[in-house]
Design a protein around this ligand. Structure first.
Ligand code: HMG
Ligand code: MG
Length: 301
């Protein structure tokens, strides 16, 4: 008997967005561009570049317009986050064709993150998604606090599925379902993704794990068993939401690629080039890179 595994997996690199948004010291736009360029050359096919959010709320993303204008690569699905109409209007001023909207299942988290209730966010986003689809955009819906919330505690799977259904009915192409504070157990990961894969066969289903309790790789293995073949990961394991206290970085792209490739699953990502991309941004970070693959393959050991 063997594990049930896909032949290949799509990695959605979120390092330039989730990875950097939580960095307290502003990283120059030039370094961000070089980091993105390094990631683009490593074989990744989908990437979140930045966010059109309020620069007052997330100053690190204040250079989003320049990043988008200079970093689009036609061979890669480049995604930009936008929380509201203003973000979408900023998107329309660019050539970017893919957008990620984001809402928390937890009302309290959503208020802290977007200053609206979950219901009000959906009311604003429904017509926006319809409009985006009419214009031919790819729409990714990021579902935060799908398992646990830093303010409300455990989230019922039924509530997560309900929000996912609202996005699917609104016309989203992809659900990126997030363990925002890295608290899900592999049993919970398997169970939720099994239900989501069965409930929504018509959309792409992606898992987004923060590695706060070092469970991300275990959760990825459990998600693979549930049929998930798309994972959001962040080069260097950077990341965390500024409005989710206690959230550590995302699953590190290099550790996830190593895990998958060791199991014979193709990712198309060149690990040496990935490490070179991390080396570009590392000196400008306030944190260290502690992913196992990076540590074992650089002189930081
Ligand atoms: P607000 O203060 O309620 O908004 O913030 P407002 O409409 O009252 O506007 C306030 C000011 O922001 C105004 O400027 C607006 O023009 C401006 P002022 O007149 O004072 O100079 N503004 C904007 N500027 C640029 N782009 C915009 C925009 N909207 C308003 N789109 C708002 C509401 C949603 C803007 C704010 O709460 C916000 O920016 N939140 C984003 C927070 C964020 O980026 N969080 C991290 C990303 S989500 C995440 O990490 C989770 C994820 O990884 C999955 C997971 O792990 O869970 C995806
Ligand atoms: Mg995240």
């Amino acid at each position: 008997m063997y594990l049930q595994l896909p032949e290949k997996v799509t990695i959605i690199e979120v390092g330039p967005r989730d990875g950097l948004q939580n960095e307290k010291v502003f990283i120059s736009t030039e370094i961000k561009k070089q980091f993105i360029s390094g990631l683009q050359s490593s074989g990744l096919k989908e990437m979140e570049l930045t966010s059109f959010v309020s620069p007052k709320w997330v100053p690190q993303m204040s250079d989003a317009a320049e990043i988008v204008s200079d970093c689009l690569d036609p061979s890669i699905r480049s995604i930009v986050l936008a929380p509201n109409r203003k973000g979408i209007d900023r998107l329309y001023m660019t050539d970017c064709q893919s957008v990620a909207v984001f809402v928390g299942v937890s009302n309290t988290f959503n208020r802290k993150n977007i200053n609206k209730s979950t219901e009000d966010s959906m009311a604003e986003l429904r017509p926006i998604i319809k409009e985006l689809k009419e214009k031919g955009y790819f729409v990714r819906a990021c579902i935060s606090t799908a398992f646990y919330c830093p303010y409300e505690g455990k989230i019922e799977p039924a509530d997560t599925i309900k929000l996912c259904r609202q996005f699917v009915e609104a016309g989203a192409d992809e659900l990126s379902v997030a363990d925002t504070i890295g608290m899900a157990a592999p049993t919970e990961a398997y169970s939720l993704f099994f239900m989501l894969k069965n409930a929504f066969p018509q959309v792409l289903i992606t898992a987004h794990y923060h590695d706060t309790r070092k469970l991300a790789l275990a959760n990825i293995l459990a998600s693979l068993q549930a049929g998930v073949d798309r994972f959001d990961t962040s080069a260097g394991g950077l990341g965390g939401c500024p409005f989710a206290p206690g959230a550590a970085g995302n699953a590190a792209t290099e550790d996830v690629v190593y895990l998958l490739e060791r199991m014979g699953i193709q990712t198309g990502v060149d690990l040496a080039k990935l490490v070179s991309a991390i080396d570009i941004v590392r000196p400008h970070l306030t944190r260290t890179i502690d992913s196992a693959y990076y540590q074992l393959n650089t002189q930081t050991v």
